[in-house]
Design a protein around this ligand. Structure first.
Ligand code: GLC
Length: 462
């Protein structure tokens, strides 16, 4: 920017600050605003994609009993160090991961560049607590980014605001040393501002050294007593840096800036299925639910509550039927591989996606006039004007669709493009409840198609 242009912008901001009685610093730190249309355009690839892979990987993969192990077991830095000293994922081959993700139908990935334990997977210049200083000795992020991009996936970085290792990070109520009086006493002069400088430097590295970062998942704020929120993280400052370096980047909602316009791009319901499209002040907003296979994000050897392929496919469909995205997590092992349980599920999802992804990519909730029948989920592609009826429980021969009569031009099973015949139905024998003129009845094969969840594609009349 030319110096005199810059100068007049600054003058303008100062004037604005005086007029609006805002302190100058605050006026300067407001994130750039955009219209709803601009935001929609910026997020278009993400809304279209609908399905991504979360990857939680760090030293905790070796403990193999949850990524919060340091916190849960109140492990000291000294005791946690053993994981750093042996970390050596010798089988790590990100091209394999990327292929598995693509074949599962995922269109973007989000990797924990640093989780709460503070360990960095890339070669950060501002710490030695990183992969390059372990026996493995190499950067893990660059090859991962390259591999996933080569498979056509967009790139997302998770970055933990919380840091249980950094020497300037003041302990709080979710810190592993929360109850350790001696630790707290020693840490009482820790300077949060220095830690924020560190975060800013790391974010600058992440946002300048790996090409376009399509989305960023910052984790997480817990304001209030003995917690941390926007003032501690200096959230607006971080946000400004991010928007400056990567204006297109899509950012989650955990900076504690929920009430601020432009303070977040999408909501992140975690490990639960929202009852409907997520709203803020009554308005539908972009949202992404992040989910695990079994409860833990990091690799967990002994966890047994793994969901089935069918549950996961239904979860994905249900998410899109409510206008959201699904970020499904894998916790790779410390050898650098996806374990068999994860592979089985990703494969199963992929087999279904091969024939049915059309009912999800670019799709969203069905228009209000179309109500889902019992045991079904509906999605809709506004561009092609096709409705997708996901049949969770296969009925006996007929499927009645109230309110659909006269609106459908053609119907087919998605898995094999075989025609599904239909007629306006006057009610079955001894039952004229369906006799309403707006009911359309599909004529289905008695046998359920041999796919996890059959989908009927309905072409709307123009
Ligand atoms: C949580 C957890 C965490 C996980 C994340 C995923 O906030 O602290 O371990 O990374 O959510 O959304």
């Amino acid at each position: 920017m030319k110096p005199n242009l810059r100068c007049s912008i600054l003058k303008g901001m100062a004037l604005l600050a005086i007029i609006t009685q805002l302190p100058l610093a605050q006026a300067q730190t407001k994130p750039p605003q955009e219209t709803d249309e601009q935001k929609q355009a910026r997020m278009a690839w993400w809304t279209e994609a609908r399905f991504g892979m979360f990857i939680h990987w760090g030293l905790y993969a070796q403990a193999a009993r949850h990524e919060w192990v340091k916190n849960r077991e109140r492990i000291t830095d000294a005791d946690y160090q053993k994981y750093f000293e042996v970390f050596n994922p010798d089988l790590y081959n990100p091209r394999e991961w990327a292929r598995v993700a693509r074949q599962a139908g995922m269109r973007y990935f989000v990797i924990t560049t640093k989780h709460h334990e503070g360990f960095c997977l890339w070669d950060s210049k501002v710490t030695d607590y990183k992969a390059t200083k372990t026996p493995y000795g190499k950067d893990l992020i660059k090859p991962m980014v390259e591999a996933f991009r080569a498979e056509g996936l967009r790139v997302g970085f998770y970055y933990s605001l919380i840091d249980w290792h950094h020497p300037d990070y003041p302990p709080d109520r979710v810190h592993p040393m929360r109850d350790n009086k001696a630790f707290r006493e020693k840490a009482k002069n820790r300077d949060m501002r220095k830690y924020v400088d560190y975060m800013e430097k790391q974010l600058r590295e992440l946002l300048t050294q790996f090409g376009p970062v399509d989305c960023l998942f910052l984790d997480f704020s817990f304001p209030g007593n003995d917690g941390k929120g926007r003032d501690d993280w200096q959230s607006e400052r971080l946000l400004r840096v991010i928007r400056e370096l990567q204006p297109k980047c899509i950012i989650n909602d955990r900076l504690d800036l929920l009430d601020q316009p432009g303070g977040w791009d999408f909501r992140t319901p975690e490990q639960f299925m929202p009852r409907g499209w997520v709203t803020v002040d009554g308005k539908r907003v972009p949202w992404e639910t992040c989910q695990t296979f079994s409860g833990s994000w990091g690799y967990h050897r002994d966890e047994t509550t793994w969901t089935s392929v069918e549950q996961l496919v239904v979860m994905l469909i249900e998410t899109v039927s409510k206008g959201g995205n699904l970020l499904l997590n894998v916790g790779p092992t410390a050898r650098g591989t996806f374990d068999q349980r994860a592979l089985d599920r990703l494969n199963g999802i992929g087999q279904w996606m091969r024939f049915h992804s059309r009912s999800l990519y670019g799709c969203t909730a069905a228009p209000n006039e179309f109500k889902k029948p019992d045991h079904c989920l509906l999605t809709y592609n506004p561009k092609t004007r096709r409705l997708y009826l996901h049949v969770l429980v296969w009925p006996m021969g007929k499927l009645h669709l109230d309110g659909f009569a006269g609106k459908i031009k053609y119907a087919q099973l998605l898995n094999d493009a075989s025609e599904v015949r239909f007629a306006a139905q006057k009610g079955a024998w001894m039952d004229d409840r369906q006799a309403s003129a707006d009911t359309l009845t599909l004529d289905l094969p008695v046998q359920k198609p041999a796919v996890t969840v059959p989908v009927i594609e309905l072409f709307l009349k123009p």
